[in-house]
Design a protein around this ligand. Structure first.
Ligand code: BGC
Length: 576
């Protein structure tokens, strides 16, 4: 029987409670007890921040097998999806291969490489028991104050569109074994002043022209789900935007997969309006579960939610479950476990790191470093894989500690160097007779609104912290050569530091493979990365960019999008 017939036959047998269950996504802890899966016919489980399902991959799989068996024991035996925020590798698992965040992949702009990184992410996600990932983020950020700039590939619609399609192809594989999620639909990166979940002031035509193309490409590549966004569009919450979700995404683009809500969206964005706008599965987490299930039930009974809307949602969920063969193979594949973090995966991540690095300055050609150059490496960011990986690494807000399997920048430099490499962690001045200082500065990890500049947390700024500015001041005043390596989730205002240093590299959040940085520093490979964003000169210069008029032609960036020097062509960003 064809899948569509199987879907209709199942749907015909389902009660309203069973249908609502398929439209429900909860965490495997706190939100429900295992018994609730049976009582409420839960359709999917999400794992993100919180207690891990087990101590190792076998333990994670075992937990999901246990929960899946409960789902299979229900009257219709519909298996569950297990979803995870694997946004740069299976980043919730310590020991997985962690890739550069998307902004780095945007700098590399290599679709084939993105496809490979996504395919590896899918293998490692499946190895830990998942069949649904909430990635790629295909936002187009126009405002560096937004705390999620690094989750997106680029401010260019074209680059984002090309890489979005590659990412979907890589994640899902052929035949499709896991579903990917294009997120967050739509306007997440274009909110006024870069506020996470704020209002996006754009005309309908601008949304279609500038922000929709990556979604069209993702849908054409067969993406299984699309996540609705926290932002509003001209005052209408995206979760309740029927025109864009139902008419444009499902209608014009012919998307036949699942529209999944974002975190607690049912209680945040108007309850039944969310379902009526076209959202098919709701993250009913952190106390929303009972209210959601009861709200939808009442909505259908009272006629506020048409039965046809519920049936459309359930069809979409079942379609993706059949598509990945979940009814035939409901359990994770144990043979994938040994593949987590293997060298072949790390080699691809290392290539991604190399290609993501953007050389902004190389005065007097001080780079590449010679193997016997006497070096001092400076700053705590140099020897901490948590700092070099950004948010969404081990924890939602990232980690400030080393995690399993990662190589720090200092470790990688020490492997390459032929002489002793000194390390000055916090500017104590242990530079001995060093000829060159490699100073690593940047932003500590953050995710979502916590990383907004000028947001409620007010923890981040467009410039380096005073402490990091001092490190650069201190070492550039010594009269030795200096290379500044910037670890950041967005372009920062570092005009002064670029002037001070002899060489300056934007390294984004490279992830677990510090070796990729050392290989380029020492000239085993040339630089390839080109800026995926225009780079600000000063905070003032970008006032326009930071307001609703972010396409302000009067803004002259320090470096335009696409800039990036190379060893073969050290004075121009154009390829020879
Ligand atoms: C984020 C999403 C993420 C979801 C699940 C939300 O807060 O906006 O990107 O997929 O949480 O963890």
């Amino acid at each position: 029987m064809a899948d569509e017939q199987k879907i209709e036959s199942l749907l015909a047998q389902m009660t309203l409670e069973e249908k609502i269950g398929q439209m429900t996504q909860v965490r495997h802890f706190d939100d429900i007890t295992p018994e609730d899966i049976k009582t409420w016919f839960i359709g999917s489980i999400i794992h993100t921040q919180g207690p891990t399902p087990g101590t190792d991959a076998a333990g994670w799989q075992a937990k999901f097998v246990e929960l899946q068996k409960i789902a299979l024991s229900t009257r219709l035996g519909i298996p569950m999806f297990f979803g995870v925020d694997a946004v740069h590798g299976q980043n919730t698992y310590s020991g997985a291969t962690i890739f550069p965040h998307n902004i780095g992949l945007g700098a590399a702009a290599n679709a084939e490489l993105v496809e490979q990184t996504a395919a590896i992410t899918a293998v490692e996600a499946r190895a830990t028991g998942f069949n649904w990932v909430f990635s790629p983020c295909v936002a187009i950020p126009y405002n560096e104050k937004w705390g999620r700039v690094y989750e997106a590939f680029s401010e260019s619609t074209d680059i984002t569109t090309k890489l979005a399609a590659a990412s979907v192809r890589g994640h899902q594989g052929q035949p499709v074994s896991l579903i990917a999620t294009a997120k967050h639909f739509i306007g997440d990166g274009a909110t006024d002043f870069g506020v996470e979940g704020g209002n996006t002031t754009l005309s309908y035509e601008e949304v279609l022209e500038r922000l929709l193309p990556p979604y069209r490409a993702a849908v054409e590549a067969g993406v299984g789900s699309v996540m609705a966004s926290f932002n509003s569009l001209n005052g209408v919450p995206m979760h309740a935007h029927r025109k864009l979700i139902t008419e444009v995404l499902k209608g014009s683009l012919k998307f036949d997969g699942i529209v999944v809500s974002d975190w607690k969206a049912y209680s945040r964005f108007g309850g039944t309006d969310v379902i009526n706008a076209g959202v098919d599965v709701v993250m009913a987490v952190e106390g929303d579960f009972n209210m959601y299930v009861e709200g939808v039930r009442q909505g259908v009974v009272s006629g506020v939610i048409p039965q046809e809307r519920i049936d459309d949602a359930v069809r979409r969920v079942l379609r993706q479950k059949f598509r990945i063969g979940l009814f035939d193979n409901p359990f994770p594949d144990v043979t994938l476990i040994p593949k987590i973090g293997v060298q072949a995966h790390r080699d691809v991540a290392r290539q991604a790191v190399r290609e993501s690095l953007v050389l902004l300055k190389n005065e007097n050609i001080i780079l590449p470093l010679q193997k016997d150059t006497r070096l001092v490496v400076v700053g705590e960011f140099a020897d901490n894989s948590g700092f070099q990986s950004g948010g969404w690494t081990i924890n939602w807000q990232g980690t400030t500690e080393n995690y399993a399997g990662a190589t720090t920048i200092l470790e990688a430099i020490r492997k390459k160097a032929a002489t002793r490499v000194l390390y000055d962690k916090d500017g104590q001045g242990v530079d001995g007779d060093a000829e060159v200082a490699v100073i690593v500065v940047g932003e500590t990890p953050y995710a979502e609104f916590m990383g907004d500049i000028g947001g409620p947390m007010n923890k981040y700024q467009l410039t380096l912290t005073e402490e990091h500015q001092k490190l650069v001041d201190q070492y550039t005043a010594k009269g030795i050569k200096t290379v500044v390596l910037l670890i950041s989730g967005r372009p920062l205002v570092v005009t002064k530091q670029i002037e001070q240093a002899d060489a300056f590299i934007a390294a984004w959040f490279p992830g677990s493979e510090g070796d990729g940085i050392a290989e380029v520093l020492f000239g085993d490979y040339d630089f390839k990365g080109k800026l995926p964003h225009s780079w600000p000169t000063s905070e003032d210069d970008y006032t326009g960019k930071y307001g609703p008029n972010f396409w302000d032609d009067r803004v002259k960036p320090l470096f335009p999008i696409g800039f990036g020097l190379t060893y073969t062509n050290p004075r121009s960003s154009k390829n020879t």
